[in-house]
Write a protein of this length. Sequence first.
Length: 1133
Amino acid sequence: MGRGGKKKGKKESTPVEETASALESLNVTETPSTSQGQSVADVEKEYTGLTSGGTKQREKKEKEPQKKEKEPLSQPVVTPSVTVKTVSTPSVVEVQPKKEQKEEEEEEDGLGLGVSKRRPRKRGKKQTAPTSSELPVQPVQTQPVAVPPVQAQPVQAHSVQARPVQAHVQAQPVQAHPVQVPPSQRSAWQTQQPHAVPPASSVKTEFVGGEQPFQASAPPPGFSQPRPGSSQNVAQGAGRGRGRGHPQRTGDVPFDQRPRSSQVPSSFPQPVPSSSSSLPPTSVMPVRPGPASTAQSQAIATYAPTAGGGDTLCRYKIPKKILGNTVPIRAIQVITNYLQMAIQPLKIYRYDVSIKPDRPKKALPKAYAISKSRHFKNAVIAFDQMKNCYTVEKLPNVTEYDRFITNVEFVDNNGKTMSFEVSYKFTGIVDLGTLNTYMQSGGTSLSPPTEAIQCIDVILRQGTLESYVKAGRQFFQRPSRPIDLGDGLEMWTGLFQSAIFTSMPFVNIDVAHKGFPRQQPLIEALKRDFRLDPVKPVEVQRGRANESFQSFLKGLRVVATVGGDKTNTGQKREFIVNGLVGSATRERFTYEDPKTGAKQSMTVAEYFIRIKGARLQYPDQNCVWVGPREKTIYYPMELLEVAYGQAQNKQLNERQLSTMVRQAATPPDDRKRKIEEVIRNMNYSRNPTFAKFGLKISNEFYPVNAKILKPPTLEVGRGQTLEPRKGAWQANQVYRPEALQSWGFLAIECDPNCDFNRVIDMMMKMGRQMGMNVSPPALTHYNVNIRDLQNVLFSALEKNVKFLFIIVSARGRDYYHRVKQLAERDVGILTQCIREQTAATRMNPQTAKNILLKVNSKLMGINQALDGRCMPKCLRDGGVMVVGADVTHPSPDQTSIPSIAAVTASIDPKCFMYNIELSIQTPKKEMIVEFEEMMVDHLKVYRQHQKALPKKIFVFRDGVSEGQFAQVMNSELQAVHNAYKTMAGPNAKPEVLFLLVQKRHHTRLFLPNSPDNVDPGTVVDTNIVHASELDFYLVSHQAIKGTARPTRYHAVCNDGCIPHDEVEQLTYYLCHLYSRCMRAVSYPTPTYYAHLACLRARSLTHGEKFDNSALERNPKRLRVMDKILQYSRMFFV
C-alpha cells in the first residue's frame, strides 16, 4: 500500500512539521529534549537533531542460485553509466599541495576547477536478492531441494497464469523454476484464495506489477511455496508510497465491507469490497506439522533465513484484520489532508534515459531538457530526473531494439562548455489499471504494483514543482520573511506530496519546514551569526563559535564574487567548501603569467591586489579551501558568498532546534489553512499534465469515519482510581511508592548562590506527599569539580549511599554524559540529574513532583496501573511480555558514530516495569542484528521475576518503513520465535502480536468544525488504511502545542487472532503507563522506553571510538554494571 513515509538509503534532516514545547515544570529532564505535536512526556526526549528519519540500511542477504528463463523484450534495459573526466581551466589562485595527504574527496556537485581526479567511492557489494515466482513455470530442467518433512494433506495442482514478480530496483521480471521434492518430504501446497475459486483447470493468479504475463504450471502436490518477504523475494530500492519495495507474492487477501463517508464526492470511485471469504481470519503463525487446519490453509510457506543466518522453514504472512465489536467507542467524522484521486487504466510507455557522462549531477536535468525540446517538443513527458521517463503516446523513432541518441552542449555556471550524450530506449509498458485491481482486491502490502506506483509519483512531481528547491521528498521556497534560526540558518516553508494507495487512491499533502543557509557574504555570516572578529583568524578565537563556524562551512556551497569573477554566461562561479586554511598574507604559491610564462612567488593577498585589483579588508582572516579536494584552491573569506537554496543534511544544534520547534508548531486550524493554500496554488484538479496521464484529483480534503476509544481507569494512590480527561490526570499519590533512603545530593560546578537547601526541602516535602518514605540526605556536596566526580561517587558508595541527586552545570555540555558513564559503568550508583537552571529558577512543587515520578520508577516503584476491571481482554489472563524495539542512527554528517539498537520488555504483570537490552551496530543498519540474543536475555529476566516464561509476547517495533516489512518478518519476527524456542524447547510456540509503529509520516486529522485537535483516543481504521490488514491510526495524546500527529500501527503478526478493536484498545491503554508524567504519550510506553534506552546508550558511549568494520562482523552489546541492575532495572527512565 502506498504511504508517504518510506525511508531512504541516505538519512536526511527531518523537517519539523508540528511539535509541542515543554512545560516549564518538565524542564528538569536528564538531557535536553523536544518533540512534535506531542505530550509533556514526549517533550522530555533528548535533542538528537532533525534527522530523518530516514535512513535505513537493509540487511545483507545470501543469494540463492536459480536458473533464469529467457527474458521478454518488454523488460527494463539497464544501461551502464559511464563516468567521464571533466576538464576546466582555473582562473583563480591555485596553491601547490602541501605534503600532508588530504582527506578523501567529497562529491563535487559539478563545480570543481581543473582536472577532476575523482577517487572512486568505497561501496559495498550490491546485494540483489534472488527472486522466484510464487508459482513455478512450465516444465524446465529441475533441481532437487531438500525440504524438512511436513505432514499435510495433498491437494490437486492447478494450471495458473501469472505475471512476473518484481524483485529488485530495476524491477526486472524473473521466472521461477519448479523444484522436485521427494514425496516423503512434501507438504500441502497452500495458497490464498481471495475470491470464489474458478475451476481447477484454470486458476488465474495475477501479479499486479505491470509486466507482460507468462504461463506457469501448477506446483506438484506437496510443494511449499517461497514465503513473501523471504530473502529470495526482498526487493531492493523501492519507490515511494505505501508498500513499495516489498516482494511480490500471491495471496491477495479479501477485505471486509467498510463504512464509507457520506461526504465522498460521487464523481470519484468508491472502494470495491471483495466477496467475503468463508474461511476465518488468519493469524500469523508457523504452520504446525500434521493435517492442514483451516487457518493453516491460508498460510504461505517459504524458506527464509533466521536471525542467525541459517535456513529454517517459516510460514508467515501479514494477517488479515479480524473484526470485533467488544470495545466501547464513540463514532465521529474527521477530515484528512488527503485528496481523492481517480486513475484511468491507461497504458503508459516507459523509456530508459541515459545521460553520459553522468557527472555533474546538477547538469543532467538541463541536458535532458535540451534534448527533449529538440526532438520531442510537443510530447508530454514525466521524467524522474534520473533514469526513467513516461509518456502516454509513443516517442517517435524510439524503440526497444536500438537507443535513440542525441548530443547536446551548453555552458554551465562556471563558464565551462558541457557536452552530453542523451539517449532513449523503450523499456516497456506500465499498466495503471493494475493499481485499481490491486486496491479493489485488497492486495497484500507485501506485493504492491511498484512500477505503477513509481509512475504515478513521477507524474505528480512533473510540472508542479519547478519553482521549488527539492530537499529529499519535500519541496521548499524561501518565504518573504524567513525565520532566523541562528548560526547562519533560516527556516523555509515547503510542501510534501505523495501518492497513497489503500482501498482507493489519494494524494497526501502537507506543509514542511527546514533550515537553509542564509544567502549572504560569508564574512557577514562570521560577524553577524557567529559573533566572531573578522580581523583575527578563526582558530585563535575562543569559545564554541569557533567550532560552530567551521562545522557550518564544511560542505557549504559558496559563490566567488571576485577572482573567479563572472563566467562568460554572466553567472558567478560556485564551489564546495572543504575547510579553512591560513590567512591570505601567509598562504604562498607560485604564480605563472599566462602571457609571458614568467613565474614569481606571491601570497594570496598579493595575487588579488596585483592580478585581480581587489584590496582585501581583512588580510589576516583565514582563507577558505574550495573546489575538488585533490586541488588547493584558496579564496579570501571576504570574497565568497553563501549560495542560495542549498538543503543540508546536518544535525541542528540545540538552539536552532528549539527555534524551529517553536516556530513550526502551528495549531490545527492554521496548519489546515496552510495546506489549503498549497492546494489552491497547485490547482490539482485542473493540472493539464495530470489530465493527460488520466489522473483526476480533487481539491477538497477527504472526510473519513473515525471513533474515539474510552480511556482506561487507572489505579493511583491507596485504593484510588481515576479516569483521564483529555489525556491527562492528577493524582496526589502514586500506586506503589518506594522509600528514598540512603540518598545524597551533589552539585557539579554550579553557582554557589543557588539555594540547594531549598531544592532538598522541596524534594523531601513532595516525596512524602506522594506516599514515599523520604529520609534526610546522608550526603551533601555543593561544589564538586568534574575532575573529582569519580572519587566523590566512590566515597558516596563507601558511605552506603544508594541514590544521588546531581545538579549539572550548564557550562559543561558533556557533564551529563560523564555523570552517567561514571555512575553506571564505573562506580555502580543510581543518579537523577537536574539542570542548574531548573534548580535555581524553576523549582516548584509541580517540578519536584515530576522529578520524583522518575525517582520512584528508578527505585522500582509503580506510579500508576491499569485497573483490573478495565484491563484489555488480551492482558487479563496474565503471562504477557510487552516488548518495545527501536534503532537510532547518527545524522548524515556523523559518519564515525554507530547506530544503537534497544529492546525493552516488561517484567511485571502490570506492564509498568521494564528491562532493557542495548546493542551497538553498523551505522544506518535498521534491522536489529542481535534481536534474538537480546530476546533470550529478556526471557531470562522475565522468568527470574515471574518464575515462568510468558505465554504471549506483544512487540511494538518503531522506526520501520513499509519497504522493510519483509525484512522485519524474516529477521526480527523469526528471532522472537527462535529466542522462545531456545528458552522453552523446540516445540514451544508463544502467541506473538508484532506491530510496526510509525511516526514519520504526513497524515493529519482535523475536526470539521473546530479549531482544536482531535481528542485523545481518536482512531481511524477505514479508507485511508489498508483495506484488509490490521492497520490503523491512533491519536493517543493531547498535543500541548501544534497539530497532533497520529501514530500509525500495522500488524505483521497476530498469532492470537486478537480482533482489531482490542488491539487498538491495548495500544491506547499502554500509552497511559509512561512513568515520567501523568499524561498519555503519543505511542506505547515500551516503544517510548526503547527510545529512552537508545539515548542512554548514546550517553554511555559518548566520546568513544568504534571500528565500523568490526561492528559489521561482530555487533557489540552494551551493558551497565551488575550492581546497577541489582538495584533497579528501570535506571534509564
